[in-house]
Every structure is written in structure tokens, then in C-alpha cells.
Design a protein around this ligand. Sequence first.
Ligand code: NAP
Length: 520
Amino acid sequence: MALAGTGVFSETLEGDVYNYYADGEWKKSSSGNSVAIINPTTRMTQYKVQGCSREEVNKVMNSAKSAQKLWAKTPLWKRAELLHKAAAILKEHKAPIAECLVKEIAKPAKDAVTEVVRSGDLISYCAEEGVRVLGEGKFLVSDSFPGNERTKYCLTSKVYFTTYLPPATLQVTIHIIVCLIPLGVILAIPPFNYPVNLAVSKIAPALIAGNSIVLKPPTQGAVSALHMVHCFHLAGFPKGLINCVTGKGSEIGDFLTMHPGVNCISFTGGDTGIAISKKANMVPLQMELGGKDACIVLEDADLDLVAANIIKGGFSYSGQRCTAVKVVLVMESVADALVEKVNAKVANLSVGPPENDSDITPVVSESSANFIEGLVLDAKEKGATFCQEYKREGNLIWPLLLDNVRPDMRIAWEEPFGPVLPVIRINSVEEGINHCNASNFGLQGCVFTKDVNKAILISDAMETGTVQINSAPARGPDHFPFQGIKDSGIGSQGITNSINMMTRVKTTVINLPSPSYTMG
Ligand code: NAP
């Protein structure tokens, strides 16, 4: 297996610090600062990245702006061609990138490879979808709206209408031109848990739609992201179109998000996103934030199916997924049986380092482990039933099911982002829906029942962006619409929605002479 920072990736590394990427080159920051990335398993420094300065951010914004202007005029098929190339290079280098994911964020080895391959697929799909959705237009006539004669035609297209039409043609055929044009410079900020996939879910739609990118990767995950960016570099995108500045969000985050050169912010993360949305300039925001996804289990549910989905949904990647099942709301009459089945499966989960492909690996940081522990101790003090013994070694927390959780416990409402899952016993479906809707979050939810009609009614009543019927919440497939409401986000993602979100409408109206005008 090739090592990170070697082979084709060697230019990303200088000494023991990874360079940032600007203007088509790998650069050392003049700040002289570096930021350490701590391996969650060893709790030692694994990598270092540059701590970019404000001046460097300013320069990056300028070059991103110039590069975007040319890129917007690049034919769609050429944009798509480069994206396909980047996707292929990314997949080709899945092993060294996955190795970084294992070391930076303790992602189980197999899941790390899956993340890189899925990201390549996402880029390719985006290229194809972009060619389709951006390549089509619409023709409208004015007399379909009351009070109008057929004196105006409206041609809508989804790419900048740069073709010069001779005046004679314009006067006769086209009176309003509506284009969906790129927004400009997109600031992309992904979270630690999918630093490659959630970066490309912003980069690929932005690029196919004609935008440029400034990426600020999460500190934990930055080296994986830099390697991914290098694949775009190798694909041959124009200089300055894709940039990646590194540094702690707490240090350069505000400067980036409030920068006047930014035309759109696509952010995925926790409460930081709420603060950003209050501070950002008047630019479109795409916010994918936290969740407290509820799993409502009815009396007629297939409990084996539910248990399997609770394990997959609640404990994959140690619960560090936005769409993880984060609270089980089960009808009292079937709660004992369900808890027994889930416990049997929890006992089979392997716990250990990500290199061994363990099911449960260390959570991303010590502060995260401390936060989870705080929720567990609060639940203990308030009388929750511990189905397993609470066990922690460093950042490694053993999987834990907490039964008989009540609404006065923090874990009933807060997102642990760890392998700890509360079960609340309910006496009616309404009680489950009410708990779900009382949450500040509204990302996803799921309902298990054999009665599809009931499931649809419950789905309608749940105030979340998505409801899964008889399956755990999930983000993918990546072309499905994906959105959170309330504190879970702004806007809708998914490949097509992101492409559309990263464009804006521009209307040019050409007025005809008044109807009384005679040509003779
Ligand atoms: P986070 O702490 O909010 O960080 C997210 C990103 O924001 C990181 O790149 C971080 O950089 C950066 N950042 C920090 N402070 C900033 C500031 N002041 N301005 C701009 N950027 C700043 O979230 P996380 O711990 O990485 O991720 C976990 C959270 O993400 C969970 O709540 C999870 O539910 C949510 N999530 C949501 C979705 C979704 O699609 N809805 C998907 C995945 C995860 P540094 O790393 O340098 O601090």
C-alpha cells in the first residue's frame, strides 16, 4: 500500500507538514504556524498541516474569483470530462487516502475505502447529472398569464447565455433570457466524519455548475482532504479554480465565512453552522447540521429487522454519523423483546482500533469522549437502565444501550455522536411523534411497522427532512434529496439539488415596441 504523502502525493508534503493548495500549487504558509492532527487511537500527533494566515486567505479568494470567470465560460462537456478524470484518479488512489482516514478520524479500514470509492462515484454522477440538468432549458410565452398578449417569449437556459445573437434575431425571437448562472466562489466546509465524501459533495456540484472552490477541511480529516484535492490537481483543473486552506476553524473560520469574496457557503457540521448562518454575509447558505434521528417502533414491527437496523443505524462508525439513530422510541408492549434482541447484537460488536476493522473504534477526540461520558453519567444519575457496563479507555468507548431513558435526561435530546444509544418506552404513537417533534433538530427519522398506511401518516406527522419506513436513517444514495429542518439545516442537498443551489437566476428582458407600433 502506498504511504500518505509519498508517490504522486509527495509534493503535498514539505518536511513533516502538509502544504495547503492555492493557485494550482502546494504552498507552505508564511505564518510559520502548523496545526497538529491527533490520531484518535494513539492520541499522539499523526500529521501536521499549515496554519494559513489571513493574507493567504485573501490571495486565495482573489485567485478563486479570477479562475471562476473563465471556468464559467468553459463548455459543460469539458467541465464534466475533468470531473470524470478526477473521479478516476481518486478511486485509483483509494488506499493511501483511506489510510489517512484510518489514522486521522479512526474510521474502520473497510469503511474508509468505501468513503473514497463512494466519493469518486459521487463526482462522476455529478458530472453526468450536471450535463443533463444544466444542458436543458425552457420556452415560455407571455399570453399564458392573464392580461398579456403574445408579445414576449422567454427562453430559459441553465448555463450562462454567452452566445452573441445579432440584433435582428433578438428582436424577432427572444425577448426574455433567463439563465441560471454560477454563484461565483463557493466556500466549502465539511466536518470530520466524512472529510472526503462531504467535501466532494460540495466541490463536484460547484464545479460542474461553473463555480470555483475554497475548501476549508476539518482539522481532523485535513490530510485525507488534501490528498483528495491532489487528485483534482492531477486531473488538470485550471489554476486557482480549486483551493484548499488549512487551519483551525476557531482561528480562520470567521475570517473565511465573513469574507467579502465568498458568494456561497456550503457547510456541514454541528452548532458551528448555526453561528455561521447568523454571521455570514448576504450569500446563499447550504447548511447540513446535527440531528437526533428518532426510530419509532410500533407493536406490529418486525423486531429482528428493527434490531438489525438499530445496530447498523446507531453504532456504525461508533455513532459518529449525522443520520445515526440517536433515540429509540419503542411501544412499551414490545420494548422488552426489542431491547433483548438489540443487546444480543451489541454483544457481537467488535471493539478496537480502526486498522483491525473493528465495529467500534475510538471517537474522534478526547473532548468528544468526555462529552459522551457527561451524557452517560447524567443518565446514570437520573436512573436510566444500563444494558451493558459503561467502559472507556482513552477515546475508545464500548457500545452502550441505555433503557428506560426519560425526557429529563440530557441524552433524550442531545446528540452524543458516539456509540451510546438511549431507548425511551412510549405508550402511544402520538407520544413518539411528540418527542420527535419537540426536538430542536429535524434531520431524519424512521418508523418500523408492517402497516404502510400508518407509516405514511406517521411520516407526514414527523417534523424532519426525511423519514425512512422500515429502515434506518441514511444520507445516501447521494443523488437522493437530503435536508434537515429546524437546527438541522438550511436548504436541500443531494447531487441535483446542490447543482441547482449553486446557481442563480439571471433575467435579461428585451422589450418589444408597443402593440400599436406598425411596421409600415
Ligand atoms: P463542527 O465542529 O461544527 O466542525 C465542522 C467544520 O467547521 C470543521 O471543518 C471545523 O473546522 C469548522 N469550523 C469550526 N469552527 C468554525 C468557524 N468558526 N467558522 C467556520 N468553520 C468552523 O462539526 P464536526 O464535529 O466536525 O462534525 C460533527 C457534526 O456534524 C455533528 O453535529 C453531525 O451531526 C454534523 N453532521 C451533519 C451532517 C448533515 O449532513 N446534516 C453530516 C455530517 C455531520 P475544525 O475542524 O478546524 O474545527
